[in-house]
Structures are given as structure tokens and as C-alpha cells.
Design a protein around this ligand. Structure first.
Ligand code: SF4
Length: 244
């Protein structure tokens, strides 16, 4: 996992219940400046707690964008220096890592295009110029993949009796999905080889669910390259082997 924006590790944090003064010392100044010796001494105490923390690795991963204080054993100035060095470091990342980050960042943008890049930087620690570069690279990669692959093109599904019709407008994600008597946004994940079932990541409000749905319960806005998933995962059970 590249990042857990919900920070589900918090209940195990060693700093829970501790006074925040050590982590957010008065007089810490701005992140681009080295702290004074007095502030550094206070932060060192906080960092000693971080080193004993069972979730230090996760905390460090998810808090690179935090402006102030000590998080994950790093103080604000150290995080500032890491963020500043990221664009250069990212040039050496393996392609898969660049694409994985591009996908995460593109999802943040697609979820709400009005979200400013600064919010994404605060969430992920990725500076805006680098974030835009990774998103562009990811989108170009996906466009090339779509262009090269056979495209999933379903006939317009008809609403079954008693089920909600699909809206005429595009959703925010890949497709509309009928789900629990509602129509929700969904991402295409794959399908069974016979095309009867599609695996969709369905979002409704704040909840999301990875679920199999029948193909007639999906309406796509964007063509997607087909991706086949092993039979053993399909919801109506594994395909039977022909009798010998
Ligand atoms: S690593 Fe430090 S800041 Fe992060 S949860 Fe643990 S003690 Fe708190």
C-alpha cells in the first residue's frame, strides 16, 4: 500500500494520550527553517517515542504531507527536505511505482476535480509539479492500454422491473452499477472469461465495496480494456472441469 489516507493505524499509536507539546513545540517556526536547539531537544523526545511506536512505518508513510510537528519520527524540517528532494528521487523510481502513484493521485483528482493540488500535497506529501507529472504519465499509460486492448463495449442495459434506471449523465467513475436497489458509481476491475459477471469497485457515499455484478447491471461511460479474472473467484462458483 502506498498510502492509507484514513490512517487506520491510529489506535495503535504510541503517542495516543500524550500531551501534544513535544510533537508541536512552541517556536518550531516554519518547515523550511532548521529548528532552534531548544525546539530540537523537545522534538528529540517525541522522536524517541516514535522509535518505540509499533506503527512508526505506517505513520511515516502517511504523514509526509503534514506541515508541522513531529510525525513518524521525522520533524517538520526533515519532511520538508524529503518533499523537496522527491521530484529528483522520483526520476529513479521503477516505472511500476510511478504508475502506482499516478493512479492514486488520479483517483483523488477524479473523485473531486475541484480539490486543489495543495490538498493532495498535504494528504500525500507529493509536490504539485511531481503529482501532475505522475498523473499525466499514468493517464497516458492507461490511454495506450485502452488503445491497444480489445474494448469492453456492452449494449445499453435495460432496467429490469422494479430496479432503478441508469442516469443519463456520466458518473464520476467508470460506470454506473445497480447495487442494493440503488445506482452507484463504480470502477471496472475485471470480469469472468464468459463475460457474465463483472467485478466492480462500487462506491456509494463514503462506503465502497468490491463486488461481482451481472453484466446487465453495469453501464459504462468509458471503454475499458478487458481484464479476465480466474474462475475460482467468480460468484457462482468455480467452473466445473469436464468429466474425464
Ligand atoms: S510514529 Fe510517532 S507520531 Fe506517529 S503514531 Fe507513532 S508515536 Fe505518534
Amino acid at each position: 500500500m502506498l498510502i492509507d489516507p484514513e490512517r487506520r493505524w491510529r489506535p495503535q499509536a504510541a503517542c495516543r494520550g500524550q500531551p501534544p507539546g513535544e510533537y508541536f513545540a512552541d517556536g518550531g517556526g516554519t518547515p523550511d527553517k532548521s529548528p532552534s536547539a531548544v525546539v530540537q531537544a523537545v522534538w528529540d523526545q517525541a522522536k524517541a517515542t516514535c522509535r518505540q511506536c509499533p506503527v512508526m512505518h505506517q505513520c511515516r508513510r502517511d504523514t509526509l504531507g503534514e506541515e508541522y510537528g513531529v510525525w513518524g519520527g521525522y520533524d517538520q524540517h526533515q519532511r520538508y527536505l524529503i518533499r523537496r528532494a522527491l521530484p529528483k528521487a522520483a526520476k529513479r523510481w521503477p516505472r511500476q511505482r510511478r504508475l502506482a502513484w499516478g493512479r492514486v493521485l488520479a483517483e483523488y483528482r477524479d473523485r473531486d476535480p475541484a480539490v486543489p493540488w495543495i490538498d493532495i500535497r498535504l494528504l500525500t506529501g507529493i509536490p504539485q509539479a511531481l503529482a501532475m507529472e505522475l498523473v499525466k504519465e499514468y493517464r497516458e499509460y492507461k490511454a495506450a492500454e485502452v488503445a491497444a486492448a480489445p474494448v469492453l463495449s456492452l449494449p445499453e442495459p435495460e432496467a429490469r422491473q422494479g430496479e432503478p434506471p441508469f442516469p443519463d449523465v456520466r458518473g464520476r467513475l467508470d460506470a454506473w452499477v445497480r447495487h442494493n436497489g440503488l445506482v452507484a458509481d463504480g470502477y471496472y476491475q475485471g470480469e469472468t472469461a464468459d463475460g457474465l459477471w463483472l467485478l466492480m469497485n462500487v462506491r456509494s457515499g463514503k462506503s465502497r465495496a468490491r463486488k461481482w455484478v451481472r453484466r446487465e447491471d453495469v453501464k459504462f461511460h468509458d471503454p475499458k480494456p478487458r481484464f479476465y479474472i480466474e474462475y475460482k473467484e467468480r460468484p457462482d462458483g468455480p467452473a466445473r472441469k469436464p468429466a474425464a
